[in-house]
Design a protein around this ligand. Structure first.
Ligand code: ADP
Length: 820
């Protein structure tokens, strides 16, 4: 029983002959193991029994160290164990032959000789010889046969002599045969039980290994073979740890010490298969002791848990990965139980300054007291109804400051629809909240600014003309907010006289929708339902709205008031200009008187002459006619002068029309002829040969020219001992349009005065008003032009103005400037 090595058992124990003498059965062990590997652990008992019979037939191991009592084996297993003990016919024959020969010899000696000894006792030898190859039944038959031979031999050899002693010897022989047969039968029965148990041990898919106290493997089941790929022949007699290259979780000495102390050890080991694969096994060691409690052997049960362990490791890795991902989410993630208690919070919550483990219980201490009641109410409602939870509250951060957060949670339900968990996320929305507040503030500012400036925002997409109007735009159009903004609604308000122009403008805007580099600008009138008329200014710029469409965004300004003010200003300006012109005419009165008196004097002279020609005895009518003709001419000239002065003095509304700028300069020179003469000014008119046509108010622009020439004359009047030269130059350029330079050789203008020359009431003259240049600038700028002065002190001054709304005409007719 203590012999654990199947091969050795085959030598010492006749029972092992069956396995040791059956190489075919041995060779079939791996196949049987393969079949076992394929068999499910969950096989039914019947399946196990069938498999047991196959394995029992193939089993080559024979000596378990544990031989539990009881013989509750499946019948198949039992019969196969018995069958396995029986030899093949080839192996049986020699043994049977020997047994038969011995039995025959004993019978012949016993029957034919008269030896007074119990020769038949030697039949015990025959029993022992056939015992290994017999079943219990055949052993019984052998015993009966041998006993019969004994009786037959006795009858044949003891018929006529004293029968008492021989009968005694015969009975002894029969008893010996019977006892030996009985013992052999018992042995056969016990061996069969052992074989059955071995077969059962082989049924397990666990690897069963037994090694003795010298760490030599004594038992290696087919489960071990299947698991490690190492056969029993390769393993027996070697150290299990060497065969399996076992890696121990603890020092081996400590593990063995525990085994000796408690009789057991359990743990996980890493072992290497024959093909080099590493396995993780759950290993259970049990120490077997002999009757003297001396350690005898160690039974090792190894169960492959590699897959399970790898799956556990993989699951653990995935869990860690998910955990890391949840911790990395830029939001505070939480899971709560159905009663609303947080059961999990991610790492982000640590930013709130509370230890993570405390957040579950104390989350409400982080909520702003003003927001807590609402949050609790929302949360209770969600828990009670199962509706998704959403709440915005302020929460205290790690720095102690409260920040706005958005809390959202949704329930997880089981198959029956019962809520099992709440999954929530808390997102910091402080920036968004601030941005929203800033947006609301700026929207309110914009609305305020729109109201104050009477400017509405307007936008429309092209080509579909979907419109947007701000509240102020609704007010400007005179529509309630409920009206759908549309092009039709807009055009319905446009003044009938402007309707065609605005429609054309909008149509043009929608024409090339993909072109974004476009602006539209228009000023037009709106007619309100009550009949009131508004003047509005629309300006918009096209931006790309994607999908080959663009959108105009702009402003609609109510400029009614501004236009009214502007008109009033223009009126004031015109009146002021008129006043200054009249003042200027006052200054020119000497020149005007001189100019007018000249033709009148000539008329008088011609009148006198005419009278004289008439008073002659023979009136000289031809001479009279000539004198009258001269009178007519001079009267016309005087009338022209008066007309020009009346025009300048007339108070008329600004009137724009085309006129020739050079002619205007010529005429202005005529008007100040007297001043030029009085102050001994050399006038040099350098006018373009081509005509310069200006669209503007002729009277206003003549006022500008006269003013500039008079200023130059007055400035030069102060100098003596050097020429007083006044040059008026006209020119034209594509960039600036018409340009007039009034250049003098006077004292020039001081640097400091240049800055404020055009400011109202700036004058250096005692009798001056300081309004001349200021009005000149207003007039020039109202014509879209610019006026500027430059001067080098001591070298005279140049005042220039440009008028962009001008064209050049080929070859002007020279205007004669009359000098007297
Ligand atoms: P006023 O002639 O009533 O002084 P103006 O507005 O016409 O008002 O001129 C303002 C001032 O500009 C003048 O007082 C004078 O000092 C200066 N100024 C104008 N033209 C010239 C010039 N050609 N040379 C020097 N100073 C000038």
């Amino acid at each position: 029983m203590s012999d654990l090595n199947g091969r050795r058992a085959a030598v010492k124990d006749p029972l092992v002959d069956a396995s040791g003498a059956s190489p075919a059965a041995r060779n079939s062990a791996p196949a049987a193991a393969g079949a076992r590997g394929a068999a499910s652990r969950a096989s039914a008992a019947s399946g196990h029994a069938a498999a047991a019979s196959r394995r029992a037939a193939a089993s080559h191991v024979a000596c378990p160290i544990v031989a539990p009592a009881g013989d509750a084996l499946p019948d198949d297993a039992r019969s196969h164990a018995s069958a396995a003990r029986q030899d093949s016919p080839q192996n049986k024959l020699p043994r049977m032959g020997i047994a038969f020969a011995i039995a025959a010899a004993i019978f012949l000696v016993d029957a034919l000789t008269t030896l007074d000894i119990a020769i038949a006792v030697l039949y015990v030898v025959v029993v022992l010889i056939v015992a290994p190859i017999c079943s219990r039944r055949s052993m019984l038959a052998v015993c009966c046969a041998l006993m019969a031979l004994t009786v037959i031999a006795f009858v044949m050899s003891h018929s006529d002599i004293d029968m008492v002693p021989p009968i005694g010897r015969c009975i002894v022989s029969l008893a010996a045969i019977g006892i030996s047969g009985f013992l052999t039968l018992k042995n056969i029965a016990a061996t069969d039980v052992l074989r059955e148990h071995v077969a059962l041990l082989d049924l397990t898919s666990d690897a069963l290994i037994v090694y003795d106290m010298k760490r030599r493997i004594r038992f290696w089941n087919s489960g071990a073979h299947a698991l490690y790929g190492v056969s029993a022949e390769q393993a027996l007699g070697r150290s299990p740890h060497e065969v399996l290259q076992t890696a121990f979780p603890l020092p081996l000495a400590d593990m063995l010490a525990e085994l000796r102390r408690t009789g057991r050890w359990e743990g996980e080991l890493t072992q290497t298969c024959r093909d080099g694969r590493e396995l993780i096994v759950a290993s259970r060691w049990t120490l077997q002791r002999d009757l003297q409690d001396k350690p005898l052997a160690v039974l090792v049960t190894n169960n492959d848990i590699t897959q399970r362990r790898r799956m556990e490791i993989e699951i653990q890795r995935q869990q860690q990965e998910i955990r890391a991902a949840i911790d990395a989410i830029p939001a505070m993630v939480w899971v709560s139980s159905t009663d609303g208690r947080p059961v999990f919070v991610n790492q982000r919550w640590s930013e709130l300054g509370l230890p993570l483990e405390q957040i579950g219980e104390n989350w409400h201490t982080l909520v702003h007291p003003d927001d807590l009641p609402q949050m609790k109410s929302d949360w209770s409602h969600a828990l009670a109804t199962g509706a998704p939870f959403e709440n915005e509250s302020r929460m205290r951060g790690g720095d102690g400051a409260y920040r706005w957060v958005l809390l959202r949670a949704t329930p997880l339900t089981d198959d029956d629809g019962h809520i099992v968990r709440w999954y929530g996320v808390t997102v910091d929305i402080e920036e968004r909240k601030r941005a929203a507040e800033a947006l609301a503030r700026s929207e309110s500012f914009l609305a305020e600014a729109e109201t104050l400036s009477e400017t509405g925002s307007i936008g429309f997409s092209v080509p579909r003309f979907e419109m947007f109007w701000s509240k102020q735009a609704f007010r400007i159009f005179g529509y309630p907010d409920t009206v759908e903004p549309s092009l039709r609604a807009m055009l319905a308000r446009v003044h009938p006289d402007d309707h065609a122009r605005v429609s054309a403008l909008m149509k043009a805007a929608g024409a090339s929708s993909a072109d974004t580099d476009r602006d539209i600008e228009a000023e037009f009138r709106l007619t309100m339902p009550g009949g009131a008329v508004k003047q509005v200014h629309l300006v918009a710029h096209a931006v790309d709205a994607g999908h080959e469409a663009s959108e105009f965004r702009g402003a609609l300004m109510d400029v009614t008031e501004a236009r009214n003010v502007q008109d009033a200003l223009h009126r004031s300006l015109a009146e002021l200009a008129h006043v200054t012109r009249v003042t200027m005419l006052g200054e020119l009165s000497a020149s005007i008187a001189h100019e007018v008196s000249q033709p009148i004097a000539a008329i008088m002279t011609n009148g006198d002459a005419g009278m004289r020609w008439l008073d002659r005895d023979e009136p000289q009518l031809n001479e009279v006619r000539a004198a009258l003709s001269n009178m007519l001419r001079d009267a016309q000239r005087a009338g022209g002068i008066v007309q020009r002065i009346r025009t300048l003095a007339k108070k008329s509304a600004p009137n724009r029309a085309p006129f020739d700028l050079n002619a205007l300069i010529d005429e202005s020179a005529l008007l100040i002829q007297r001043e030029i003469g009085i102050h001994a000014i050399e006038l040099d008119l350098q006018l373009t040969d081509d005509g310069l046509t200006i669209i503007g108010d002729r009277v206003q622009l003549q006022q500008v020219v006269i003013n500039l020439m008079m200023n130059a004359i007055q400035a030069m009047a102060a100098i003596a001992g050097q020429p007083r030269r006044l040059t008026v130059r006209s020119s034209f350029s594509q960039d600036d349009g018409a340009r007039v330079d009034v250049v003098d050789s006077g004292p020039g203008i001081a640097e400091a005065d240049l800055q404020r020359l055009f400011q109202p009431f700036f004058t250096t003259r005692v009798e001056g008003m300081g309004m001349g240049l200021s009005i000149c600038r207003s007039i020039v700028e109202s014509h879209g032009g610019k006026i500027r002065a430059c001067s080098e002190p001591g070298c005279g001054a140049t005042i220039s103005f440009v008028l962009p709304n001008s064209t050049r005409e080929e070859k002007r007719e020279p205007v004669a400037v009359g000098h007297t």
